[in-house]
Design a protein around this ligand. Structure first.
Ligand code: SF4
Length: 253
């Protein structure tokens, strides 16, 4: 059966010349016209030291990190290592990338063609209903650190191309080539948590610098005692890295 020529995959395949990094995946063109995938940190590893997986297996592999914890964000920089996958052609290349980084090739291609229109946080949250309606209520001094904290390179490899007030959009300087065209579910959930926190703590903007410092010190202490949370999306956990980033940005301005 011949490969279906998805133009996005065909365009991407041309960039594999002879190798390409996609998120945390090292893709290498091989002599038989196929492609070999492995974790970027395994790029130099002996082939025999890596476990063989099929393109269809990558979906399950990407579900959990090295500790077996669920990965709610597939663009998080915690893809498991130790595997090797062969893709025989464009169809398998597409399957592998869809399983590892869902939607990333289509978004990248749309941007390449100049046809993608990344949204803005304001437009996107105005359309939200139900429990996410409150995400539209964040002020600029709340929403900007929320985006910086949630989309930080240590937590997500995608470039934030959607706008957040006057916060500059991201590029490949600190991120991978994978674009992000609209806030993801994790970002929305984080913004919801930020709104609740701000509502509960009252007027942070009106606190004295000393009170802000004390609040941050208390949060740092609680985070240190609690340690890292088991779940990436547990924003109520004191040691959640996104949450601590938000507090540092918000309380040190
Ligand atoms: S919204 Fe932020 S955290 Fe979510 S995928 Fe986009 S860049 Fe990553």
């Amino acid at each position: 059966m011949s490969d279906f020529e998805n133009p996005a995959i065909a365009a991407l395949a041309k960039r594999i010349d002879p190798q390409l990094t996609w998120g945390q995946v090292h893709i290498q063109r091989v002599d038989d016209g196929g492609f070999e995938f492995r974790h970027v940190d395994d790029a130099e590893a002996e082939t025999g030291a890596l476990g063989q997986v099929q393109p269809d297996d990558l979906r399950a592999l990407a579900e959990t990190d090295a500790l077996g914890q669920f990965r709610p964000l597939k663009a998080a920089p915690n893809l498991r290592r130790g595997w090797l996958c062969q893709a025989g052609g464009l169809t398998e290349l597409e399957t592998a990338l869809r399983n590892l980084y869902p939607g990333s090739v289509a978004d990248w291609y749309a941007l390449e063609l100049g046809q993608a229109q990344p949204t803005s946080y304001r437009k996107f949250t105005e359309r939200q209903t139900g429990m996410y309606r409150i995400t539209a209520k964040l002020t600029s001094s709340q929403a900007k650190p929320a985006a910086e904290a949630c989309c930080h390179a240590l937590s997500c490899l995608k470039q934030r191309r959607w706008s957040m007030d006057d916060l500059p959009v991201e590029d490949t300087t600190h991120k991978s080539v994978l674009p992000c065209l609209e806030p993801c579910a994790l970002m929305l959930e984080f913004a919801r948590g930020v709104f609740r926190f701000e509502q509960h703590n009252g007027a942070i903007d009106e606190m004295t610098p000393e009170d802000q410092r004390n609040l941050l010190m208390a949060a740092e202490l609680a985070a240190e005692q609690a340690g890292p949370p088991n779940r990436e999306a547990d924003f109520a956990a004191p040691g959640n890295p996104r949450w601590m980033r938000y507090l540092r940005l918000r309380l040190s301005s």
